[in-house]
Design a protein around this ligand. Sequence first.
Ligand code: ATP
Ligand code: MG
Length: 619
Amino acid sequence: MPLLPLAGLLMIILAITGGLFMARVQARANDWARHTLVVEMRVGEMLELIRKVESSHRGYLIGGNRVFREDMDDAIIDLNASIAGLRRLTADNADQQRALLALDRLAALKVAFVRSRVAQAEGGDRAGAVRRVNSGYGRDLLRAIERGVRTMKANETYLLERRIARVQQAVWWLIAGQVIAIGLVLLVAILMLRDARHRFEIAEAARDDATAAAERIGREMVARQEAEGQLRQMQKIESIGQLTGGIAHDFNNMLAIVIGSLDMARRRLEGDPGGIRRYIDNAREGAERASALTARLLAFARQQPLAPVGLDANRLVSGMSDLLRRTLGEQISVETVLAGGLWRTFADASELENAVLNLAVNARDAIAATGAESGRLTIETANAHLDDNYARARTEVTPGQYVQICVSDTGGGMPPETIERAFEPFFTTKEVGKGTGLGLSQVFGFVKQSGGHVAIYSEVGKGTTVKLYLPRHIGAAEELRRPEAVETIPEGRAEEIILVVEDEQRVRHYSVDALRELGYTALSAADGREALRLITETPAVTLLFTDVVMPEMNGRRLAEKVHAIRPALPVLYTTGYTRNAVVHNGMLDTGVAFLPKPFTIAQLARKIRDTIDGAGANR
Ligand SMILES: Nc1ncnc2c1ncn2[C@@H]1O[C@H](COP(=O)(O)OP(=O)(O)OP(=O)(O)O)[C@@H](O)[C@H]1O
Ligand SMILES: [Mg+2]
C-alpha cells in the first residue's frame, strides 16, 4: 500500500494549508472590525466638530468674543479634514460614499450658513444674525447631519455584521474541513499501523518458518548422518554375515564328517587298545566345541534353523528365573517387570532363552568388571509400537507392533565406540579366553532372523539396556516344550530301509555307516536322479533322508518327485546351510522334518526314529 503514506501526507498538507487560510481569514476579520471602529470613531468626531462649529459661532454671535470666532474657524478646518479622511476610509464602499456625500453637502450648507451669520454680525447686524440663527434652520441642518451620521454608523455596523457572518461561515467550513482532514489523517495512520503490523506479523512468521526450517534441516542432517552411520554398520555386519555364513556352512559339513567318524570309530572300538578311546574323546570334544562355535556363527549369519512358535514372552522370562539365578550368582539380584496384557510374539523359544541368557551373562560380566559387591539385572517386557519416525532413523527397522524385552544392568556401561561395534562377531573387550565376542552377534542374528530389531542404550558408569523387539503375533501362545535331558539312542530294524541322498561323498558314507550301525538298512544316492531310480527299484523304502543343497535337483524338488511315486513316504532333510528351499528366511516350513548338520549318531537316531514314527502316527 504505497499510496497510503502519500494520501496521509496530502491530508496533512491540506490541514496545514486550511489552518493558515483560517488564520488569514481571522486576521482579515480583525482588520475589518478595526476599520469599522475607525470609521465609527471618525463619523463621531465629525459630528463633534459640527457641534463645535455650531456652539462656537453661537458664542461669537452672542458675546462677540473673538476666541469663539477662532474656535469656529479651527473647527471648520478640522471638519473638512475629517470629511476628507472619511472619504479615503470609505473609498471602497459605494453606500458609505453616497451617505458621506450627503453629509458633506449638509455640512457645507451648515458651514455656509454659519459663515454668512458671522459675516452678517460683523457687518453690524448682530441682532439680525442672532434672529436667523434662532429661526431653526441651523437646528434642522444639525438634525439632518445627526441622522446622516447614524445612517453611516448603521451602514458600517451592518457591513461588519455581514462580514463577520461570512468569516464565521468560512471558519465553520474550514473547521469542518480540518476535522475531516484530521479524521482522514487518523484513518490513514490507523491503516498504516495495521498495514505495518500485518507486515511485521508476516515478517515474524517468515522468520519463525525460516528458523523452524533451519532447525528441521539440522535435525534431519543429524538423523541422516546417524542413519548413514547405522546403514554402513549394517552393511558391514551384513557382509561379515555372508562371509561367516559361507565359511560356517563348509565347516559344518567337515565337522559332520569328523564328529560322525569319531562316533563310528568309538562304537567300533572293542576294548581300549593303547588308551585310544581317550584320544577319540578329546578329538570329539574339540569337534563338538567347533560345532558349537559354528552354530553361533550361523546364528549371527541369520542362518540357524529356527522353529518359531506363538509364545508368551512373560511366561518364557518367568520360566528362566532359576537358570538366571544360577548363572548370575548371589551377588546379582534379578528383577522382572512383566507387562500385563502383553502381546504374543512369534519366535523360536529356546533361541530367545539363549538370547536373554547371553544378555544376562554380559550383564554379569559388566557388573563384575566394575568391582562392585552387588548389582542388579532387570528384565522388562512391554508392548511397543515402533513408529515411522523411529523406523526412518534406523534403516533396518520396519514400523509396526512389537513385543519388547529389555535387559538392563547396573554395570559399567559401554562407550559409543563399543556400542557401534558390539554386534560384530569376535568383537570383545574381554580378556583372551574370557569372551569370544559372539554373544551379541548371536542375539543380533537371531532377532533379525525373527523379523525383529535390537538396540543398545548404554552410558559409561551408569549401565546398559539392551532392547529386543520381536514382531507381534496374532494368535495363541503354545506350551513351551522343553527337550528331555537324557535320552537313550533308539535303534532301527533291518526291514526299515533308509535312502540317503547326499552329494558330499564323505558325509554320505558317514550317514550310511551310522544308519547301518543303528540297525537300519541304508541305500545311498549321490544325486536326485539316482535317488529316483532307486525308489522305483525298491518300493519298500521307509524314509528318504536327503540333503537340501545339491546341484541340479535340490532336496525339495527331489521330495516332490518322490511323492509323485510314493505320496506318503516320510522325508527327513538335512543341511548345514539354511538359506534354501526348506528353510525360508531361516524359518522351517511347518511340518518339515529337519536335522541340522553336523549331527551326532544320537541326534540322527532320534530324528530318524521320530520321523518314521511320526509319519506312521499320521497315517
Ligand atoms: N551389558 C553390557 N555392559 C557393558 N558392556 C557390554 C555389555 N554387553 C556387551 N558389552 C560389550 O560388548 C562386547 C561384545 O559383547 P558380546 O556378548 O558380543 O561378546 P563377549 O561377551 O565379549 O563374548 P561372548 O559373549 O562371546 O562370551 C563385550 O566384550 C563388552 O565390551
Ligand atoms: Mg557376551
